[in-house]
Design a protein around this ligand. Structure first.
Ligand code: ADP
Ligand code: ZN
Length: 348
């Protein structure tokens, strides 16, 4: 078992253990003031784990209600959000009741947003069932739904009361979704944890990997909960990755796009004299080992056009996360012209 203490505006624990889901009923019994838990999941997860979850929850003393959403990003919508809110109200869900999100990032973000707004805020427990959700959305308390105008445009900061991560549940993940989670894990290694990076080749210990990733993120989030300073290091590979997602009209998954983005910015860092070629080779090789396609079919001009529209642009500058070494990434403020140059260097 691995336990990570998160010290944001609210303190909570992330508990990582094989098979821990079997104890969920007992863990929830600790919250003795709760009369009702609402389990929110998606139909893929409930398709695999429904029987198990029902069995486990029968050990829980409180009343349990269930809400299952369709899998996928389209469920992070205003419509689904309101349906869940109405469902809770109809079931007389009160301020002292608790939501439990069992699923990937979609279920987690949506449940978190419901939790932060229903009756001006109720508690929630997160059970991340994808690697991405375990290492990304379980730390930092960002909740969100999508608007027609863009992803995650409505959201809040709302920390869970506990995160329960059962690494056995990753065994049922489709291969590409599992791989996508590793794009973010590799990112943490390059940002601030060389030891994690080095442990990602060969046989990996998944509990260790989740713990180290969560710690890597927690270090940055705790000092910058509301996302203005060093937390931006978590954007490594994301500025270019996000442009690739848009250029490809989301044909690439987030993980694939981020993997490409990391390679582009690392290659540019070599050209700029910041990163040793040897380190770049290691980064590229590790990313390739995980089966990512590293040949985006876009020109620097096309990606630059998209970046000019980026909401993170600060007037005539963009702060880019640049690796100076594995485990040592830094924020570099660039002019738009320099960003274009990075893209040319990174893609050539
Ligand atoms: P994310 O990858 O951002 O965490 P999702 O919530 O969209 O995003 O999850 C990705 C996909 O994986 C969804 O189709 C979801 O239903 C499915 N999924 C989530 N957890 C599991 C699991 N443990 N086993 C099998 N499929 C899962
Ligand atoms: Zn990401």
């Amino acid at each position: 078992m691995q336990i990570v203490d998160i010290n944001c505006s609210k303190k909570y624990q992330i508990i990582i253990e094989k098979g821990i889901i079997d104890n969920l009923g007992n863990i929830l019994n600790d919250y003795s003031d709760v009369n009702k838990f609402c389990i929110i999941t998606d139909s893929n997860v409930s398709g695999i784990y429904n029987e198990k979850i029902k069995g486990i929850m029968s050990k829980c003393n409180a009343e349990i209600i269930y809400y299952t959403i369709e899998p996928g990003e389209t469920s992070k919508s205003g419509e689904v959000y309101l349906k869940i809110m109405e469902f809770l109200a109809k079931n007389q869900f009160t301020r002292t009741d608790m939501l439990v999100a069992i699923g990937g990032g979609v279920v987690g973000d949506l449940t978190g947003f419901v939790a932060s707004t229903y009756l001006r805020g109720v508690d929630f427990v997160q059970v991340p069932t994808t690697i991405l959700a375990a290492v990304d959305s379980s730390v930092g308390g960002k909740t969100a739904i999508n608007l027609k105008s863009g992803k995650n445009l409505a959201g809040t900061f709302h920390q869970p009361v506990k995160v329960i991560c059962d690494s056995d549940m990753f065994d049922t993940l489709p291969k590409d979704i599992r791989r996508d989670g590793f794009a973010e894990v590799i990112k943490y290694g390059i940002v601030n944890d060389k030891e994690l990076f080095d442990k990602l080749s060969g046989n990996i210990d998944i509990e260790y990997v989740i713990k180290k990733s969560v710690l890597a993120k927690a270090r940055l989030v705790e000092e910058d909960e509301f996302d203005n300073g060093n937390r931006r290091l978590l954007n490594l590979g994301h500025t270019f990755g996000h442009a690739i997602e848009i250029a490809a009209e989301y044909k690439y998954s987030h993980g694939e796009a981020v993997a490409m983005g990391i390679v582009i910015v690392s290659k540019a860092a070599v050209a700029e004299g910041f990163l040793a070629k040897k380190e770049y080779d290691k980064i590229r090789k590790l990313i390739q080992t995980y089966g990512f396609n590293l040949e985006p079919e876009f020109t620097a001009e096309r990606l630059y056009e998209i970046i000019l529209l980026d909401k993170k642009r600060e007037g005539e500058n963009i702060t880019l996360v640049v690796p100076f070494g594995i485990g040592d990434s830094r924020l570099v403020k660039l002019t738009l012209e320099e960003v274009e140059n990075y893209l040319i260097e990174g893609l050539n």
